[in-house]
Each structure stands twice: as structure tokens, then as C-alpha cells.
Write a protein that binds this ligand. Structure first.
Ligand SMILES: C[S@@+](CC[C@H](N)C(=O)[O-])C[C@H]1O[C@@H](n2cnc3c(N)ncnc32)[C@H](O)[C@@H]1O
Length: 251
């Protein structure tokens, strides 16, 4: 019914909509499309996503397309030498899905997971990020940000080489002992620490290294995109904006 209405609306505005009868459509997490979401039926994806949801206290936030992109980006980064780093871990949905998808076992590679495990650092928000502060307060009040670091450590115990670092970015970055970084996932929903982490790790990233921003083009997060674009320009890089709300740089 909804699909018929959307199809009619699109066609009344001159769009040609192909073959919607055979598509289920994808409508979650700020993304609505009739384009193929076939990755959702892939067994390896399903297993990785399910393990990520388990890490997230069995709460499924409906971010399959974002996790699909993260898995692809991590796969690309596995082709180059270097550790993986995530800043903004929470329960570990994305990082757990990556570990599960690629059967993390290379003793030469570590996966550094940095988080306060106490929510955001409130003073780090810029005035222009007012909406994000509200959203973060709401997330804290709902218990959506994990503060039990032992629960997080227990989740990752099955994989060797995972290093959980509790602390605030940027100060905590000094404890990430990575000489080279192949994959950097930034997901702190706050412009200041994301920029600081990008600028900290960029010189350690080889050609082919991947930076994935989880919140780059997220609705209400315009200040983050502006800040990251400015930082990227200073590093001679450019971010591609994805319809999932993520941003991506391949160095
Ligand atoms: C959206 S959640 C991360 C979600 C996670 N990447 C996932 O896959 O489920 C944001 C996290 O960033 C953390 N955070 C926010 N600001 C931070 C900072 N300056 N330093 C470290 N962690 C921070 C919060 O504690 C929270 O756990």
C-alpha cells in the first residue's frame, strides 16, 4: 500500500520506477530506497550482523546498510598492513560484526577500541551541535550508551588482539600503540574528538587505508560534516558522503 503510494508519488514527479514488484524495499535508519538490498540475504552478513546485535545487548538498531558498508570498508583495509581502530565503541555492534565477518585471527594485527564508556564529553560539543547534545542526553537517559566496560571486555574476549581502551578522545589516543593504522572507524557523534582522531591517525595510515565516519552526513549533524571536510582538506583528502549518513575516505 505504502509502496504503491510512493511509486505513484514518484511517477507523478517524473521519476521512472523499475520493477518494484520484485523488491521489498529498504526503509530504516533514515534511508528509504527501492534499490537492491540483497546483501541482507547473504549468510555471512546475517551472521556478522546478528553477532553485532548480540554485542549491543540484543538491541537491533536497524542499521544493516551502515554495517554492510563498514564490513566492506574493513575488508578493503584488510588488504593493507596496519591495525584497526574504532573511536566510539558503545556495546560494540560494528566492531563485533567486523571481527565476526572476517574471523579475526591475524596475530600481527590489533583492533583498538576507544571509548569513555561513560557517554560523551559534554564540553566537547560546539554550540552548533546543540541537537546532538539533546540526542546524547536522551541516549544516556535510555541507557543506550554502555557504561559497563566489563560487559564490553567480555563480549570481545573470544578474539585475540582486541584492545579495549577506556578514556576520552583525544587524551586516550596516546594509549593506542599502533604504528600503522589500516582502518579507522569514527563514531563519537561529536565533531571535536572525531577531527582530533582523524588528524592523529592520518600520518599513520598507508595508501589503501580506510577512514569511515559513522555520523558524517547524519540528519542534524551538519557541524560534524563541516568540521571533517575542513580537516580532510587540510590533509589533502576528500570525504565521499554516503546515503546511509556515513562518510568515507580511502587514502
Ligand atoms: C553512537 S555510540 C558508538 C556506536 C558504536 N560504534 C556501535 O557500533 O554501536 C557513541 C559512543 O561514543 C562515545 N564517545 C563520545 N565522545 C567520546 C570521546 N570524546 N571519547 C571517547 N568516546 C566518546 C560514547 O561513550 C558512545 O559510547
Amino acid at each position: 500500500m505504502l509502496k504503491r503510494w510512493v511509486r505513484g508519488w514518484l511517477e507523478s514527479r517524473g521519476y521512472v520506477v523499475f520493477n518494484t514488484r520484485s523488491l521489498v524495499g529498504y526503509a530504516q535508519d533514515g534511508l528509504f530506497t527501492f534499490n537492491s538490498d540483497h546483501f541482507r540475504r547473504d549468510a555471512a552478513f546475517r551472521a556478522a550482523y546478528a553477532r553485532g546485535v548480540r554485542a549491543n545487548g540484543r538491541v537491533d538498531p536497524g542499521t544493516e546498510w551502515r554495517v554492510h558498508i563498514a564490513l566492506w570498508a574493513a575488508g578493503l583495509a584488510l588488504r593493507v598492513e596496519g591495525d584497526f581502530v574504532e573511536c566510539g565503541v558503545n556495546g560494540g555492534l560494528t566492531s563485533t560484526a567486523i571481527l565476526e565477518r572476517y574471523g579475526w585471527s591475524d596475530p600481527a594485527r590489533r583492533f583498538w577500541l576507544v571509548d569513555t564508556f561513560a557517554g560523551p564529553v559534554w564540553e566537547q560539543f560546539a554550540q552548533a551541535e546543540g541537537g546532538r547534545v539533546e540526542a546524547a542526553h536522551d541516549a544516556m537517559a535510555r541507557g543506550a550508551y554502555v557504561t559497563d566496560v566489563e560487559r564490553v571486555r567480555a563480549n570481545f574476549a573470544q578474539w585475540a588482539g582486541v584492545e579495549v581502551v577506556q578514556g576520552a578522545v583525544p587524551e586516550a589516543l596516546a594509549r593506542v600503540q599502533a604504528e600503522r593504522v589500516a582502518f579507522l572507524h569514527l563514531d563519537m557523534n561529536c565533531a571535536f574528538p572525531e577531527r582530533a582522531a582523524l588528524e592523529h591517525f592520518w600520518p599513520k595510515m598507508p595508501a589503501g587505508g580506510v577512514v569511515l565516519f559513522d555520523d558524517y552526513a547524519y540528519f542534524g549533524n551538519e557541524e560534524l560534516a563541516r568540521t571533517i571536510d575542513e580537516a580532510a582538506r587540510g590533509l589533502g583528502a576528500e570525504v565521499v558522503s554516503l546515503p546511509t549518513g556515513q562518510g568515507l575516505i580511502v587514502r
